[in-house]
Write a protein that binds this ligand. Structure first.
Ligand SMILES: [Zn+2]
Length: 502
């Protein structure tokens, strides 16, 4: 069936020029889901083109979230003082007993929040226990397709349990606790690799909108054979690889103890690092690690909010950029940093760089932050230059901010305003692939009231079903909460914590 391509022309808006720190009036011509031309007001358009009125709006490319977890949606706000290791210990309580429908709902919650806050694409690492499934991944993919958002959906997988992955931790547990955590063992890697292969082979979504990837969760939570299997699958199917590398100091220490080399060096030895590879966080990368990533054309998803929320420290974005690493910006999942607000992540990326020392010339600029949250993230997602910019040939993923909103009164500097002032509340409309997903502050693709009802019944049921998992977490808390911070006090050649209490 031949479908007639729709023409749309956006007239009257002001287009962000991040490098120029300005926003001049500009018209945008769209055919179907692609931008055909960007030009001065009065841009020529074919007859019968639909006119989209953008007067009083600042237009910027849809923000791209380089790192999140759809499974975090249902766990939003469940904890406060969690280190990464306590969060991982809480995993069965937060994510246990989920049905396929729960996975869908959890992912929809995050996707809805992202588009309402000006984000048009994300990289989602989604977990299932004891292993990933074709149906679980399809449910996550369907959530993004229903919202009308682009996404990379990657099964987050491992074959070594958290308690086995941290050197010395298992020995700290009582025999009774050891028995209880033994029940939380992941499936053997061969089974998981088989499931991922099935999912990649039978992927039911259009790769231009919702595409798959592979995410071995944390390097030392995966055997070498498993990491190599993931690497080969990603290569065979031409998809991305994404893993949490040196997110916490505990991980950096564990890597050094286990491999006699950094986690990055270990992954490089196994051949995982290349242009399709994304490091999540990378707080505890050293200069050699960064150089290695830069030389191989790899990306880092920088999640400044999550890094502070979980007490992992302050990542060195300048060090990464100086060594040629592609840097994208992410929120991380709602169980680790709660909201899914890319404006906040951009603001924090700027702030976190500005507390790292007095040499202000080293601080990340607002222009660099915008570049990372658009171009940088787009590259990490593997969409190249098809998204993350408003230019001829790119997808029509455009956010319209209301410049009569208090955030933009006065309108001084478009780039600084976007990073340091905007918080998502001026988002008026969001277009993805030429279609309005948010119109006049309202989500048009799904009904939020229905979502709220469905989520509340799932939430109440899961709270009941995961009561025992919560009790187990509470028994493990004093041990993990003492042992891991102790490990993090091991001296290391790099420092990423903001300050010390003593
Ligand atoms: Zn993560």
């Amino acid at each position: 069936m031949e479908t007639k391509r729709q023409w749309t022309v956006i007239r009257g808006g002001r287009l962000l020029d991040a490098a120029g720190h300005r926003a001049d009036r500009c018209d945008i011509l769209i055919e179907g889901d692609v931008i055909r031309a960007v030009g001065k007001p009065g841009l020529a358009a074919p007859a019968q083109t639909t006119v989209f009125d953008a007067r009083g709006k600042l237009m910027h490319p849809g923000l791209i979230n380089a790192h999140t977890h759809g499974h975090g949606g249902l766990a939003k706000g469940m904890g406060d003082r969690w280190t990464l290791e306590l969060l991982l210990t809480a995993g069965p309580w937060l994510n246990g007993n989920r049905t396929t429908e729960d996975r869908y709902l959890s992912t929809v919650i995050g996707a809805a929040e992202m588009v309402l806050k000006g984000c048009t694409a994300c990289y989602d690492l989604t977990v299932e226990f004891p292993t990933t499934s074709v149906e679980g991944l399809a449910a996550a993919g369907r959530a993004y397709a229903d919202i009308g958002m682009r996404a990379v959906v990657a099964p987050m997988v491992s074959d070594i349990s958290f308690f086995d992955a941290i050197p010395g931790l298992m020995e700290m547990l009582t025999p009774a606790l050891r028995k209880d955590v033994a029940r939380l063992k992941q499936a053997p890697h061969k089974e998981t690799l088989k499931k991922i292969r099935q999912a990649l082979r039978h992927w039911q979504f259009d790769h231009g909108s919702v595409r798959p990837a592979v995410a071995p969760t944390i390097p030392h939570h995966c055997s070498e054979a498993f990491l190599i299997g993931c690497r080969d699958l990603a290569k065979e199917f031409g998809v991305g690889l994404h893993t949490h590398v040196a997110e916490s100091k505990v991980q950096a220490i564990a890597g050094l103890r286990q491999y006699g080399a950094t986690l990055t060096a270990h992954l490089d030895k196994l051949g995982l690092i290349g242009p399709q590879f994304t490091v999540a966080h990378g707080v505890w990368l050293d200069a050699d690690d960064m150089r290695r990533l830069g030389d191989r054309g790899a990306s880092v998803a920088h999640n400044p909010g999550s890094n502070m929320r979980l007490g992992n420290g302050l990542a060195d974005m300048r060090g990464m950029l100086d060594r040629g690493v592609n840097v994208g910006i992410g929120t991380d999942g709602s169980s680790c940093s709660d909201n899914q607000n890319m404006y906040e992540s951009m603001r924090l990326a700027s702030m976190v760089s500005k507390v790292q020392g007095p040499d202000w010339q080293q601080w990340i600029t607002t222009e660099e932050v915008v570049h990372a949250a658009t171009h940088g993230s787009a590259k990490a997602l593997g969409f190249g230059d098809r998204i993350g910019q408003i230019a001829a040939g790119c997808k029509a993923d455009i956010v319209f901010l209301d410049i009569e909103h208090i955030n933009w009164i006065p309108f001084n500097d478009a780039t600084n305003g976007l990073v340091h002032i905007e918080d998502g509340s001026a988002v008026h409309s969001v277009m993805i692939g030429g279609k309005l997903v948010v119109d006049n502050h309202k989500l048009v693709t799904i009904d939020l009231a229905t979502l709220a009802r469905n989520v509340e019944s799932a939430r109440a049921r899961l709270e009941r079903l995961n009561r025992d998992h919560r009790k187990l977490y509470e028994r493990l808390l004093p041990i993990v909460g003492t042992y891991c911070p102790g490990l993090a006090k091991t001296p290391l050649h790099i420092h990423r914590f903001g300050a010390c209490h003593h």
